[in-house]
Design a protein around this ligand. Structure first.
Ligand code: NOJ
Length: 759
């Protein structure tokens, strides 16, 4: 009997060994298995706490990109990391640091699940390209994609495998400081740029060492903060939501973006982080997004202040049920989700769904094969700041510059024999051109305008500061003291200007006067710069105004008086070289505004795709009862799509041909000037009568072309239902028959139009 028992137990043991080796074939470590099988296998081996750990993201230990969370300290973070209660970290950067935290996750936890490492790679890592609003002014999708590719190249070499970009929030209000981080006011252009940036970051194979996850943010409505005050309430109608706000997010899903970030704001009464219509119904169900959603920094805990959650536990419950898969810095999930599951308030299936999404993306990154894939010190040294990255940054910087005005062809400057006065603190600034959102880039690493111009030797250049822009040295987290009042260096600047043939004045905002938390009610030139401009104008009218800014500014006086105005934004590391090349005509400016520039801040929000209203302008009628301001025009000073060149273009021979469901459009564009140049040919539509009113104009196509002097090209567009339709108030996409107007030109103030009918 004893013998039999022994035999049976030996057999049982053998069976266990056999079944173990069977399951080990099925384990998540088996590279030969499909990702979904590996995810399911891993999930089946995880405790509830380990699953919730994957939904938890902690900030690293030095950069802070939001308010410090209430319940987090380094010791606790390390403890949680060792227990496998952390799925991701942000703001850990550099191979050494990333390797250290990854090693804990992979080598010290029970299941060895690697971390995904997030960082705000917004317009480059250490080498910076132009701020996103500036990049968007290039309308050059290839160059934009390349710049994101370069950002991914550098960031991945520094251990990062996830960027919180692109920000695809449409915004119509230049008071909002974060317009610098987006693609401007138009959903069509914004969608194209979102796609280009996502393809640039993610490439075609996420498991390559030089590609990283992209993140479409902030879902949704963040760009519509009331009065442009950051984090403010958003209350918009369904038509604006579906036709203006959501399209770039949908385009991001279509482009294959693997992560989404929700948002700080409430949208029509429900905080975006707790909004299950947005995250579950729309994003995950209707759009079939199978990546994961991260909250914004502390946006779960902020639902308490919004008045939507009674405490952190309640916030965790709302967020998880609404489809927020990962918690950034609220400490809500790590503290409360397990209890909520045990109490039946959050189903375990909700947790499983979130964790599967997160794990899937980790497998796609190839982290299970090699968790140290992004941790190669040699690559880090070779790639960061390499020639390839610097060249791409310069290329896009030139293409992002917009020539707003050029009276009497004051530009381009002559290369020889000129006395040039350079005035303005920003001309000699090597930090401000880096712009906002540049956590890894080092101060003083941009080429200043002065350095860029001095690289050309033929002219005599004299510099005077005139006035500072802001007080002190602005940085990423401290409140900027906007109003410098010191005018003591005006006289010196006037002396220098008086003796010059041409004065180049470099004025605008410091790089940290726009960006997160940087809303302004006055969007004129900060400090005493407007006075400085007017004082210099008194002694020399030959002024080229070079603007550095992260948002549209009000430039009424400058437009009325200054002959040449060049919008140079914050152009990144190669800023000064790019500006000098355009000033001297070695690059013929080709940028077009992605946002309207108002005449007055009181016009905001201002956008070219407005509705006609029941009382549009009544020309020639001397009555008051129409939609207007008494003291200012309705129109923009410089409208969306505006941008000049050193040459001129003529539009002719517009032909429209309808073929089944398509409308084929052909337009001839001729370079009638003396220089080679680029033009962004823009096509706009207006649906004249619709069940839900349509804007007076909507961008529905554009093409960037280059023409030799005298050359002509035929540009063709094909309009399909996608361009002809719109979303009704239930969010359903429809195309309605009727008459459409078609406009073509080099800006939203188009030059040629016709109409056609859809039957
Ligand atoms: C808050 C910002 O809104 C978001 O865009 C950013 O990615 C996170 N902080 C992380 O820094």
């Amino acid at each position: 009997m004893k013998k039999l028992k022994k035999i049976i137990s030996l057999l049982t043991l053998a069976g266990m060994v056999f079944s173990c080796s069977q399951t080990s074939k099925l384990t998540y470590k088996d590279m030969g298995l499909p990702i979904n099988d590996r995810v399911n296998d891993l999930l089946s081996k995880m405790t509830l706490e380990e699953k919730i750990g994957q939904m938890n993201q902690y900030n690293g230990f030095w950069n802070v990109t939001g308010p410090t969370p209430i319940q987090g300290d380094a010791a606790k973070k390390y403890k949680d990391l060792r227990k496998g209660y952390v799925g991701s970290m942000l703001n850990v950067r550099g191979v050494k640091e990333v390797r250290a935290v990854q090693k804990i996750a992979v080598e010290e936890t029970r299941l060895g699940i690697p971390l995904v490492i997030g960082f705000d790679v917004i317009h480059g890592y250490e080498t910076l390209s132009p701020i996103p609003l500036a990049e968007s002014a290039s309308w050059d999708l290839e160059a934009i994609q390349k710049s994101s590719e370069m950002a991914a190249l550098e960031a991945s070499a520094a251990g990062i495998n996830w960027t919180f970009a692109p920000m695809v929030d449409v915004s119509r209000d230049a008071r909002w400081g974060r317009v610098m981080e987006g693609a401007g006011e138009d959903p069509y252009l914004g969608s194209k740029i979102a796609k280009a940036r996502i393809l640039g970051f993610q490439g075609t194979d996420l498991s390559k060492e030089n590609t990283i996850l992209a993140c479409a943010k902030h879902f949704a409505g963040y760009g519509f903060a009331e009065s442009g005050r950051d984090y403010n309430t958003v209350d918009i109608g369904t038509s604006t939501l579906h036709n203006i706000v959501l399209p770039p997010f949908k385009a991001s899903v279509d482009a294959g973006v693997r992560t989404f970030m929700n948002s700080f704001n409430e949208l029509n009464g429900i905080p975006a982080t707790g909004n299950s219509y947005l995250q579950r119904d729309l994003l995950k169900q209707e759009w079939k997004f199978d990546g994961f959603v991260i909250s914004d920094w502390g946006s779960m805990v902020e639902m308490i202040a919004h008045g939507h959650a009674k405490d952190l536990k309640h916030a965790a419950e709302i967020a998880a049920n609404a489809g927020s898969d990962m918690d950034m810095e609220s400490n809500a999930y790590v503290h409360h989700l397990a209890d909520l599951v045990k109490e039946g308030k959050v189903k375990e299936s909700v947790i499983d769904d979130a964790v599967k999404r997160i794990l899937k993306v980790k497998f796609e990154l190839g982290l299970f094969e090699d968790p140290y894939r992004y941790c190669d010190e040699k690559r880090e040294q070779n790639v960061i700041g390499s020639k390839e990255v610097l060249d791409a940054s310069l290329d896009l910087a030139k293409k992002s510059i917009v020539l707003l005005k050029n009276q009497n062809n004051l530009l381009p400057l002559k290369k020889q024999g000129q006395k040039i006065a350079i005035i303005g603190a920003l001309a000699n600034d090597k930090t401000s051109p880096l712009g906002s959102w540049r956590i890894a880039a080092k101060d003083s690493t941009a080429v200043s305008v002065l350095e860029g111009l001095n690289a050309y030797k033929g002219n005599s250049i004299v510099y005077a500061k005139g006035a500072d822009v802001a007080l002190g040295t602005p940085d990423f987290i401290t409140e900027v003291k906007i109003n410098n009042t010191d005018k003591s260096e005006f006289e010196e600047a006037k002396k220098v200007a008086k003796n010059a043939d041409v004065v180049v004045m470099v004025l605008g905002e410091h790089g940290f006067q726009s960006g997160e938390g940087r809303s302004r009610v006055d969007i004129g030139l900060p400090g005493v710069q407007q006075e400085l401009l007017e004082e210099i104008y008194k002694v020399n009218k030959n002024i080229v105004l070079v603007l550095n800014n992260g948002r549209p500014l009000t430039l009424g006086w400058a437009d009325a008086n200054i002959p040449s105005i060049l919008e140079c934004w914050q152009l990144g590391t190669q800023s000064g070289h790019a500006i000098a090349q355009v000033l001297y005509g070695d690059y013929n400016p080709s940028g077009k505004l992605p946002m309207s520039f108002p005449r007055h801040v009181g016009q905001l929000p201002l956008y070219y795709n407005y509705k006609n209203t029941g009382r549009p302008i009544l020309p020639g009628k001397d009555v008051v009862f129409w939609s207007h301001f008494q003291d200012e025009k309705n129109s923009a000073l410089y409208p969306f799509g505006h941008g000049l060149s050193y040459t001129q273009f003529e539009y002719e021979n517009l032909k429209v041909h309808q073929k089944e469901d398509e409308v084929h459009v052909k337009i001839g564009v001729k370079n009638i000037g003396k220089l080679k140049g680029k033009e962004v040919v823009q096509l706009y539509l207006r649906d004249l009568v619709a069940s839900v009113t349509r804007p007076v104009k909507e961008l529905k196509g554009f093409e960037l072309i280059e023409l030799e002097a005298g050359e002509e090209k035929i540009v063709e567009f094909v309009l399909t239902n996608k361009e002809l339709g719109f979303y009704d108030n239930k969010g359903k996409f429809i195309v309605e028959p009727g008459e459409f107007k078609l406009f073509l030109g080099g800006s939203s103030k188009t030059v040629i139009e016709t109409s056609f009918e859809i039957k």
